[in-house]
Design a protein around this ligand. Structure first.
Ligand code: HAM
Length: 456
């Protein structure tokens, strides 16, 4: 397709991979957020909001310079100050920064936080993959205990299920701590060095720079090598083995089905021990790029199960990050575990539960018809009376004809109309009409709230 020429006279459009949210879609996001926040609150999580812009070094040292998220996808910002800034590609590093900066180490531990907001990654847009997207996340900070891993997974599956997603697959793995992971990394490097002739260009670099990322590679050329690669679970030390065993025991106890996926390492460098993804088995997996130049080698793209078949779209991903605090410059380690749900994927799916409407959205009981300027002038005071009485209404600000407004109310199946004309303004009354049986009554404005509240 020929490229569209930019014209100075054209109104600029939303940029690629970003979009406006309006109408029903906006309410769906809001409804999801209310439900997710409610569930998290019942489990003891408290809200946090962090800035969309942070210092770039938070992400380079936290997520890792050689990860795709930082190396290829981060939006860096030119600003007037000297600090290098970036739009947040994810929340975890920022939430941990906030925990340290706000002295949350002195709170009773663990600190359990939830958040909701926009993230930015310069990826190749496709179904379920945007450059501006929304995450709802949970972080449990200040404990190594396996119950924290289990609670994060439990709350996530509950949120996804209550949002309409029933056909889920939990993929889980343990990548060990800094001691046993080093042994594993060494084995992986030795193995890949032996097979360096059969892997892609990027993997040749990964062997030197960031060997765990080898298991994220989506290039079909590397698949056979990846399949036969050593598996992290075989290298776990006793403490990590015990931790993983406990997490799985919690899941069994909670009757949450899981699949141990030995090639699941996740695309962020900060993970230790538990890593997991929750995949929708009914949502098709994203289109994979095979051309290395255009490749969107995304961290959350669905991993494969033991038979190495794509299983669907990742709705959520998370894991433990016990060394992230030191990586971003804190003197002490702060153990932590968390998850982020890809809200756009959840809400835009056909499985999304349409009943999740925000609390502010009420079915209108009344259609308010104002006829002429004097009526419009008085109408705002009457709307305020009805608002205080919690009577939801609709109105048509620009229409003046009674017939048009009555037929609008009928079309919208609103049970009552309130009619305010010049005569009613003088008499300080309104006409309340039952749209079902077409009966109507004149009501004094000061009696209106009580009258309407009693209407069925
Ligand atoms: P992540 O796997 O990069 O993890 O992202 C989590 C989820 O965000 C993904 O499973 C996916 O549903 C959604 N997501 C990611 N990229 C996009 C995109 N471009 N468009 C639409 N949705 C997307 C993290 O971000 C970690 N911070 C999660 C975490 C929290 N780990 C510990 N605590």
């Amino acid at each position: 397709m020929p490229m569209k020429k930019e014209s100075k006279n054209e109104v600029p459009q939303a940029i690629k991979g970003m979009r406006d949210l309006l109408g029903k879609e906006y309410y769906a996001y809001q409804g999801f957020f209310e439900k997710a926040a409610e569930i998290a609150t019942y489990y003891g999580f408290k809200p946090i909001e962090t800035p969309i812009i942070e210092e770039t070094r938070l992400y380079t040292s936290g997520i890792g310079e050689t990860t795709d998220i930082v190396g290829k996808e981060m939006y860096e910002i030119k600003s007037k100050g000297s600090a290098q800034l970036a739009l947040r590609p994810e929340y975890t590093a920022g939430v941990l920064r906030a925990y340290i900066e706000n002295g949350m180490q002195s709170y009773s531990q663990p600190v359990m936080l939830y958040y909701f907001g926009n993230c930015y990654r310069h990826e190749r847009p496709q179904k379920g993959r945007f450059r501006e997207f929304r995450q709802f996340g949970l972080e449990v900070l200040g404990t190594e205990k396996s119950i924290a891993d289990a609670i994060v997974i439990k709350v996530t599956t509950t949120i996804l299920e209550e949002s309409g997603h029933k056909n889920l697959s939990l993929q889980i793995n343990s990548i060990g701590d800094k001691i046993c992971r080093n042994n594993y990394r060494r084995e992986l490097v030795n193995y890949y060095k032996r097979h360096v002739g059969s892997v892609c260009k990027d993997c040749k670099i990964r062997v030197k720079n960031n060997p765990l990322r080898l298991l994220d590679c989506k290039d079909p050329k590397c698949a056979p090598t990846k399949e036969a690669a050593p598996q992290s679970v075989a290298y776990l030390c006793d403490a990590c083995k015990q931790h993983f065993k406990e997490v799985l025991e919690y899941l069994e106890n909670l009757k949450i089905e899981y699949t141990i996926n030995p090639s699941l390492v996740r695309g962020l460098d900060y993970y230790t021990r538990t890593v997991f993804e929750i995949i929708s088995k009914t949502e098709p997996a994203e289109v994979k790029e095979t051309n290395a130049n255009q490749k969107s080698d995304a961290p959350d793209a669905p991993k494969t199960d033991d038979k190495r078949k794509p299983v669907g779209l990742a709705l959520a991903g998370g894991g433990r990050y016990d060394y992230l605090a030191k990586a971003i410059g804190n003197k002490k380690d702060v153990p932590g575990v968390g998850v982020a749900i890809g809200v756009d994927r959840v809400v835009l799916s056909e499985s999304f539960n349409e009943d999740l409407v925000p609390r502010i959205l009420k079915r209108p009981k009344v259609f308010f018809i104002q006829l002429g300027f004097p009526a419009k002038l008085h109408s705002l005071a009457i709307i305020e009376i009805l608002r205080k009485a919690k009577v939801p209404l609709l109105q048509s600000l620009s229409k003046d004809s009674l017939g048009t407004q009555l037929s609008t109310a009928e079309k919208l199946k609103i049970p009552y109309t309130i009619i305010l004309g010049q005569k009613e303004v003088i008499d300080r009354t309104v006409i309340v009409r039952n749209m079902d049986n077409r009966s109507q009554e004149e009501i004094q404005v000061d009696k209106l709230a009580d009258y309407v509240k009693k209407l069925k």
